[in-house]
Design a protein. Structure first.
Lengths: 396, 340
């Protein structure tokens, strides 16, 4: 028992420490960190022990072994002789392919439909809302299976393929279109295209500077677009304007040559795009409606053209509201692409599943695809956060 | 449909449950005894092997599980079935979701070793074949260059397919879809030119799933050896013994000519010491397995012998003759190790 009126020196130092705010908060953090660390360590070591007691192979050595299974579509060279690591890479690239094209299309359609739902035209508004409510309320997996069934059963077989335009064939083996035959010129044309984009960006910077300095407006948008297309055209002409075409022809069981969109890819892209479009349309609508009407009225009274009002006044303000939820939708589309496994598109999950099954190394397989999805999602997230910061209100 | 969508998440979840579930050697028998039923992993639907029609599972793989239950509990209905896709099956067994995997699964070295499984024997000697539409006019697998081939992922079939086309110097486009019913649906819809799986599976798809079986032909080439059998987790020898000898008892019964019809008579009247040992008249074998002495009697009276099972599930339903699966005395490969 301590005396009633104790002097400072009489107080037990341990008790003082316990009442010390800084000490306590540090203590809590150490305990939480230690707890999490211990739990993680326990799970890992327990897993290792279990796997070992069941004689299940562990480690990532299997990545070097021959995969020995086929993959139907690939953006890089792949054959059954390739190793598991390459098979997984094919899966990752297939996931990225469908996700990036899906994001691109969903953004365009979403924006158009989003604007339609705030349109003054009754029919346009009704169609937009009807589309959104239909596709948003059906689970995306069912949509994928639906589109796959439509393609498989609705389209004719390969020998009765629809041939709407010369060289274009549509059947339940996919869409085949003619492409330009291999020629070194096309590499340089692509280079010209990139160069054109860089040129257009420089032009834009210059014209904005001139606008601020002199007040003269330069039509950098149309001229820039001209540069983007003119440069590759010029390169093409310089290389002697190669016109040779690689057209698909029916050979044996299937078409050969040309470019192909497989039924699996088409069904997946269609399903993901139509589904995500509805959410993006809603995001765009809410963004536009969040800009006060006074803003466009003020712009009108300043004498700005209506197309400029949208581009220079409404959209930049709407974007601040749009970007964060848009990021969510991009991430959703990417993650939903893993449903590909249901319809046989060889995405990362599908390839990992096969790998896990052939090697028996499920823990490693799941770890790999979780890491990859996390990396893709974080990259999208980082990019969108950067873009959001760039677009946000600059406060002076 | 829903089954398929969960397959990915199931694999993920199952592999995570490996983390926590400490499956230990020798405990499966006790655990099964305590829960009072056998957890049996079967296919999601393959007529002749394991197929749920009208809520009841039937098939040769199902009967193996029923035999194990009959041996352990004297009740062949003490089984709970879990339909597994090819991709889910090993994880389900490894993580303890099922006690025995009886799902037309090929016995291979990798599965026996690095997947941590043990195979208890062979229930069906099979081989991989190809099925095509008759109107394609194909008569041999060597004419399949450039074909689109429907195949289930995570199977030996998928690997043999790639090997075969590689060896023949031919190209193919694999269409890989999980779940047997979905992959056959894609084939019947014309998405693929060829469907490949074990010959029994082809017969099953053609005779049971196809709208018009005569539209399809099974090509003569058999490109692999597929000994199908039940598997258990590695490291539980007592459990492995029970599954192995339940399966052996089915074959041994056929060798002795004991059927579900005459088993009572055989037990009461037979003077053959082998039959007396098998049916528990002479005690000892049941005790050795840690089971009742009438373990084999229960199997045969409730499930039948191997020949009976084969007749109902395979010959009658799929129209396949015994072939390799005849008893060794009839020129087949079915051979029961001595039950003594």
């Amino acid at each position: 028992m301590s005396p009633k009126h104790s002097k400072k020196s009489d107080v037990n130092p341990v008790v003082t420490l316990l009442y010390d705010k800084t000490f306590r908060s540090i203590m809590y953090q150490i305990l939480v960190f230690g707890g999490v660390f211990f739990l993680g360590w326990y799970l890992v070591s327990n897993t290792m022990a279990n796997l070992e007691s069941q004689n299940i192979a562990t480690g990532f050595g299997f990545l070097e072994r021959e995969a020995a299974f086929g993959i139907s579509e690939s953006t890089i060279e792949y054959s059954p002789e390739s190793n598991y690591g390459r098979a997984l890479l094919v899966g990752i690239l297939n996931t990225l392919k469908v996700a990036s094209i899906g994001i691109f299309l969903a953004t365009i359609f979403g924006t158009i439909i989003g604007i339609a739902t705030v349109s003054k035209n009754w029919l346009l508004r009704f169609m937009g809302v009807a589309y959104i409510e239909t596709f948003r309320n059906i689970p995306v997996l069912l949509q994928l299976i639906f589109w796959y069934a439509v393609i498989n059963r609705g389209l004719p077989g390969v020998r009765q393929a629809l041939n709407p335009v010369e060289g274009v064939f549509l059947s339940n083996r996919g869409l085949y279109i003619p492409v330009m035959a291999d020629n070194p010129a096309w590499f340089w044309v692509a280079g010209g295209f990139v160069l054109g984009i860089i040129g257009a960006l420089i032009l834009r910077k210059w014209s904005l500077k001139r606008l601020e300095a002199t007040g003269h407006i330069f039509p950098h948008l149309s001229v820039g677009l001209g540069i983007v297309f003119a440069v590759p055209l010029l390169v093409w002409l310089v290389f002697g304007a190669p016109m040779e075409i690689n057209a698909p022809t029916l050979q044996g069981f299937n078409f050969r040559g040309g470019a192909r969109m497989s039924p699996e890819f088409t069904a997946l892209l269609l399903g993901l795009t139509l589904y995500t479009t509805t959410y993006i349309a809603e995001v765009v609508r809410s963004g536009i409606q969040s800009v006060p009407k006074g803003q466009s009225e003020a712009a009108t009274s300043l004498g700005l053209r209506s197309s400029w009002i949208m581009r220079l006044i409404v959209l930049p303000q709407a974007l601040r509201v749009i970007i964060p939820p848009l990021t969510n939708q991009y991430l959703n589309l990417t993650k939903n692409s893993s449903l590909a496994v249901a319809i046989g598109y060889p995405d990362l999950v599908s390839v990992s599943n096969t790998t896990m099954n052939q090697t028996g190394q499920a823990v490693e397989g799941v770890a790999i695809f979780m890491t990859v999805y996390l990396t893709i999602s974080l990259s999208v997230s980082f990019f969108m956060n950067w873009y959001n910061k760039r677009m946000s209100l600059v406060e002076r | 449909m829903l089954k398929k969508l969960t397959s990915t998440s199931a694999v993920a979840a199952l592999s995570l449950s490996v983390l926590a579930a400490g499956v230990q050697a020798g405990e499966t028998v006790d655990a099964v005894m305590e829960q009072g039923y056998v957890q049996c992993g079967v296919s999601t639907g393959l007529a002749g092997f394991s197929n749920a029609t009208g809520g009841d599972w039937a098939g040769i793989d199902v009967d193996v599980c029923r035999a194990v239950a009959a041996a352990m509990f004297g009740d062949s209905e003490a089984v709970r079935y879990t339909g597994l896709t090819a991709n889910q099956r090993f994880t389900a067994l490894q993580s303890g979701e099922v006690d025995v995997l009886s799902r037309n699964t090929t016995w291979t070295l990798t599965r026996d070793t690095s997947l941590g499984l043990n195979f208890a024997g062979v229930t069906y000697y099979d081989g991989q074949g190809f099925m095509v539409r008759k109107d394609l006019g194909v008569t041999s697998a060597t004419q399949l260059d450039g074909a689109a081939v429907c195949v289930e992922p995570g199977t030996t079939t998928e690997l043999n397919l790639a090997d075969y086309f590689r060896a023949q110097g031919m190209d193919f486009e694999p269409v890989v879809i999980e779940n047997t019913s979905e992959v056959t649906a894609a084939f019947f819809a014309g998405r693929c030119d060829v469907y490949t799986t074990d010959a029994s599976g082809l017969a099953s798809a053609r005779n049971v799933s196809a709208e018009n079986p005569s539209d399809y032909v099974i090509l003569p080439e058999i490109i692999s050896k597929e000994p199908l059998g039940p598997a258990v987790r590695h490291g539980d020898d007592e459990w492995l013994d029970i599954v192995r000898w339940s399966l052996t008892a089915l074959i041994e019964a056929e060798e002795f000519g004991i059927t579900s019809e005459n088993v009572d008579e055989m037990r009461d009247n037979s003077s053959n010491p082998g039959i007396q040992r098998l049916l528990g008249v002479t005690p000892g074998l049941g005790e050795a397995l840690g089971l009742d002495e009438d373990w084999a009697y229960n199997i045969i009276s409730q499930v039948g012998n191997y020949g009976e099972i084969y007749q109902t599930n395979v010959t009658d339903l799929l129209g396949l003759e015994r072939g390799l699966n005849a008893l060794w005395t009839d020129g087949g490969l079915m051979y029961a190790n001595p039950v003594r």
